[in-house]
Design a protein around this ligand. Structure first.
Ligand SMILES: Cc1cc2nc3c(=O)[nH]c(=O)nc-3n(C[C@H](O)[C@H](O)[C@H](O)COP(=O)(O)OP(=O)(O)OC[C@H]3O[C@@H](n4cnc5c(N)ncnc54)[C@H](O)[C@@H]3O)c2cc1C
Length: 411
């Protein structure tokens, strides 16, 4: 077995690992970063649909408000490396940024690859050595880390930063290895669940509408008691199992217990209240007065949705517009304002954008990211039990925790 020597070993060459390694090396430590893929930043390359929503240009308080689990744990590290600091950091590495709707920050080039390359350059300049091997264990002696082990080699070191990510999109390398290692070292790993994930629905019409994308609709989610848990305007899509798209992924972060009988309502015309929508439908009916109902709604709804909406509204498809009763019209208005989908379960964790749950933050120092159980062991990124809504907040968690670990690690 090959022997190596380092001051600090970083496990995982994702967003958190690359930043943490560069930071630690910049402070004069001899750093080895272990990455099990053939290259670093595999997940980072596909973030933001290949554009990388690198952070959210908002205050620390706003970021905290967008963190769904354990936001208090993030207070110190976010203040230490805030969204503004992240933006200044990438700009200083030669990646000009731009801010879009919802304060989402992207590289001006719209290329996630530029963020990956900037981090690779940062590591190289700081003197990080990257070893492409999969870590199987961390050795300790008297409660202090002493070495990192792979199948091919062992690297002795005085400090380890564990940044192996979560369980989602396992093809990117995030297969949850770090959770097992952390557990073996005595850490608690809280229940791992998918978050920011597509949702499976009972209604078979979702399958019939597969591929149909809806823009400028409102998607609201309720529990079985009718309590509204989420409501936003935006984009969503039907798929063979249910619904997906930005609105659905965001909604899923608000759903923690699927036995609660969650259901969603899609408002196809959020800009019109019931009265205005009724007037609009009446105008269409006048224009198409000799047509059947399904042919009279072509200007109101996507064609493939029309038979589904009229069925849900209880109007036979061959009903002539001039025969439609006021009650039927009211039913049509109510349906267009609230197409119901009953949510049965989330898609599996490997289809989720992030993993909710992870290494318990009670066992980690929030300022330094050091383990309270094993001296010299640090954590950063998605492996921690912290996750957030969409908008660049999850990467911000990775940057802030990695900065804290890389900047505070001592051996
Ligand atoms: C499709 C998609 C799009 C996303 N878009 C955004 C976005 O636009 N904005 C945003 O804020 N967040 C986004 N996210 C979430 C974001 O990507 C993660 O929160 C972030 O990558 C977490 O960083 P990390 O470094 O902790 O983990 P990862 O980026 O997952 O990195 C972990 C690394 O560890 C390596 N590794 C694992 N086990 C081992 C081992 N045993 N030995 C060696 N190496 C190992 C893996 O190969 C991997 O390279 C997106 C996620 C997905 C899946």
């Amino acid at each position: 077995m090959k022997k190596r020597e380092a001051d600090v070993c970083v496990i995982g060459g994702g967003a958190a690992g690359m930043l943490a390694a560069g930071m630690a090396a910049g402070r004069g430590y001899k750093v080895i970063l272990f990455e099990k893929n053939q290259f670093t930043g595999k997940k980072l390359r596909i973030t933001g649909k290949g554009r990388c929503n690198v952070t959210n240009d908002s205050s620390v308080q706003d970021v905290l408000d967008n963190i769904t689990a354990n936001s208090r744990f993030m207070y110190s590290s976010l203040n230490g490396f805030s969204p503004r600091d992240v933006m200044a950091f990438f700009e200083s590495l030669g990646v000009p940024l731009k801010t879009e709707r919802g304060q989402r920050v992207f590289p001006q080039s719209d290329r996630a690859e530029d963020i990956v390359n900037a981090l690779r350059g940062f590591m190289q300049k700081s003197g990080v050595r990257v070893v492409y091997e999969s870590v199987t264990d961390i050795k300790t002696e008297d409660g202090h880390v002493t070495a990192v082990v792979t199948k091919q080699s062992e690297a002795s070191c005085g400090g380890v930063i564990l940044c192996t990510g979560g369980l989602s999109y396992p093809l990117t390398g995030s297969t949850g290895d770090g959770y097992e290692i952390a557990k073996r070292l005595g850490h608690t790993v809280t229940e791992l669940k998918p978050s920011l994930v597509p949702l499976e629905c009972k209604q078979s019409f979702c399958r019939d509408l597969t591929g149909l994308s809806l823009k400028n609709v409102t998607f609201s989610v309720f529990d079985s008691k009718g309590k509204r848990l989420y409501s936003e305007l935006g984009e969503m899509m039907f798929t063979h199992f249910g619904v997906t798209g930005p609105l659905v992924l965001s909604a899923s972060a608000h759903l923690r217990d699927y036995s609660k009988g969650y259901y969603g309502l899609i408002d196809m015309k959020p800009a019109l209240n019931e009265k205005k929508l009724d007037q609009r439908i009446l105008r269409d009916f006048e224009k198409y007065s000799n047509k059947t109902i399904n042919n009279a709604l072509v200007e109101l709804l996507p064609r493939s949705m029309i038979p589904i909406v009229t069925t849900l509204a209880g109007i036979p498809h061959d009903t002539k517009v001039h025969d439609i009763t006021k009650a039927q019209r009211t039913s049509l208005v109510n349906t267009v304002k609230g197409i119901r989908v009953d949510i049965t379960q989330p898609r599996p964790i490997d289809e989720a954008i992030v993993t909710s749950g992870g290494v318990s933050v009670r066992e980690v120092n929030p300022t330094t990211m050091e383990s309270k159980k094993v001296s010299g062991l640090y954590f950063a990124g998605e492996i921690l039990d912290v996750d957030a809504y969409t908008g660049g907040f999850n990467l911000q968690i990775a940057w802030s925790t990695a900065y804290a670990a890389g900047n505070n690690i001592t051996i």
